[in-house]
Design a protein around this ligand. Structure first.
Ligand code: PAF
Length: 276
């Protein structure tokens, strides 16, 4: 497995490859990332994993500085899976001017859900993902369903900007307790980790309520969940029942639904979602 830091070397290697699946990551790889890699191996002849903690998708008060950087351990895990190449550029290689003046701006959904409290986040994601797509020119790219809004925005981008890339989504990987795997779980204390499972349990209760009663008031179901999480010391960012194809606020249980959640346990912001 080659670990490549420059765009020119990556392009030279890619030119020797037939079909390529790209797995974009920010490193600190866990089983969730590895499930993306395993899926990538099924669809293409070669797999390239990018590891880049992208500064332009972090807000000023977010955890860019403390985001875990574990390149050696990540490469060991990827080598064990027989990956062909890791692209781990420096920030200077990706942003030689120190900033990025040309940006890819997603649709207005970027301002809702996670975007409502993370201004500019999705614009940073679509910009870096477009750059990675242009550099690697993959045939496929794999993204996890845990970041469901991100997945939706990238699908829109690929269609609207005519990237000839098939986006492959991979279901959430969960710990045995039900906790959705995330690099940020590493910030949780043992006590917080055991309490964090309440988030996925709460989404399951919402799902059960909706499936048991087709006439239920979806806004009421959201409010009840927010109240229960708040009572259990969570700071809820949003609990929102959406149409899982358009991400519009769902009005009826007859739509294809997904429950999207973001909430803070202590100082750690966790995401989860559940299809209904
Ligand atoms: O999901 C992530 O890890 C990041 O947002 C991504 C897609 C690698 C872009 O930096």
């Amino acid at each position: 497995m080659q670990v490549i830091q420059t765009i020119s070397e990556l392009r030279a290697l890619r030119n020797k490859m037939t079909t390529v699946a790209l797995v974009p990551t920010m490193g600190n790889l866990h089983e969730g990332h590895l499930s993306l890699v395993k899926r990538a191996k099924e669809v293409a002849d070669y797999v390239i994993v990018s590891i880049f903690v992208n500064p332009i998708q972090f807000g000023e008060n977010e955890d860019f500085g403390s985001y875990p950087r574990t390149l050696d351990a990540d490469c060991e895990k990827l080598a064990a899976l027989g990956i062909d190449a890791v692209f781990a550029p420096t920030a200077l290689e990706m942003y030689p001017n120190g900033s990025q003046s040309v940006r890819v701006v997603p649709s207005d959904i970027q301002n809702e859900l996670c975007g409502a409290t993370r201004a500019g986040h999705f614009n940073g994601v679509t910009t870096v993902v477009s750059k990675l797509f242009n550099i690697v020119q993959p045939n496929f790219a794999c993204f996890g369903e845990k970041d469901y809004q991100q997945l939706h925005i990238i699908r829109e981008m690929v269609v609207e900007l005519n990237f000839p890339i098939e986006i492959i989504s991979v279901p959430i990987c969960r710990a045995e307790t039900g906790l959705a795997l995330s690099s940020r779980n590493g910030y949780l204390s043992d006590d917080e980790k055991s309490r964090a499972i309440y988030l996925s349990q709460s989404l399951q209760v919402m799902k059960d309520t909706i499936t048991a009663n087709a006439d239920c008031d979806l806004r009421r179901v959201e409010k009840d969940c927010i109240q229960k999480l708040t009572d259990a010391d969570w700071v809820v960012d949003y609990i929102s029942i959406r149409n899982r194809e358009t991400l519009a606020i769902a009005e009826s249980t007859k739509e294809p639904l997904i429950i999207l959640a973001a909430a803070k346990m202590g100082s750690t912001r966790l995401l989860d979602n559940l299809k209904v």
